[in-house]
Design a binder for this molecule. Sequence first.
Ligand code: NAI
Length: 335
Amino acid sequence: MTYTITLIPGDGIGPEVADATKRVLESAGVKIEWEVHNAGAAVAEQQGTTLPPSVLEAIKRNKVALKGPIGTPIGKGFRSVNVTLRQALDFYANVRPIKSLPGLEPRFEGTDITIVRENTEDLYAGLELMIMPGIAQSLKLITERSCLRICEYAFEYAERMNRKRVTVVHKANIMKLSDGLLLECFRKIALAHPRIEPAEMIVDACAMTMVRNANILDVIVTENLYGDILSDLGAGLVGGLGIVPGANIGKEAAIFEAVHGSAPDIAGKGIANPTALIQSAVMMLHHIGEAEAAQRIEKALLAIFAQGAVKTGDLGGSATTTEFTDALCKTIASA
Ligand code: NAI
């Protein structure tokens, strides 16, 4: 079977890691017709928008997309394409598995945490205003509907993946109404999933726990901002942003993308680590039912990392993106 999948290469290192990922999928024997669409600053100059409607239509039509990172100007300029995309197509669950790979000297052996981050609300709702010069306000939007469905997703994920515990991460001691609402919804949903142990943790304590004793954590469900920060912290525990994958899941479609950004400091140098996007593509293969191909790639990745001979610069090696991809494709082909 040939799948039609939308590909948004993104900017910065996006096109480099997207090319590598396409090669890896091909070497695993998955037949994909890529419908390539661009978004971000480069498109805005020609089309007057960073996110042309044709991109949204393609994702809706194909139901699955693979996406490279897209840069967002800091403190000024256009709104994040990523946030707009997640809100426009209601990709409400952002799933980020934080898992150690062999040969990387992670902070802890055998870390295996999944962060399920609410992806459409919170301080990312885009509700900001200057009340008067010198006074800015950002509104934190939390709704019962979103809290219920993200908690439901986290418990269902835990059941499907044979996990033991879901921990809700919040700051309801201070934000009693907004984070309190998440907590209330979490407790309600937990009652319907008696096989999974529910737990609660305040976000600052969670950050410390991740650094001191990450392996006591299993599945985490949390709000948009906490999830964003904790998943980069998690990436740091297991080897860095170059390896951690992610998925944005909605009721109608899903987009798979790495946790990292466009890494402008190394863009165009051919040295980016494609592992994070490759692992995102592995999540995509599981999602579309290509478990066998997904496992072939996972096995080859584990073998490459265990051998440790071919590593990109972010992991202390000297391999280029192409050298790493060549070695991975060769391992897949020879398995
Ligand atoms: P970043 O993730 O792009 O880079 C942080 C550091 O990690 C840099 O030193 C970079 O070289 C390194 N790094 C990241 N990915 C790597 C990889 N695959 N291989 C090797 N090294 C890697 O974060 P930063 O610099 O904060 O953001 C850059 C731009 O990316 C910003 O405009 C930001 O808005 C955007 N961004 C986009 C995301 C998305 O499209 N989903 C997610 C996060 C940031």
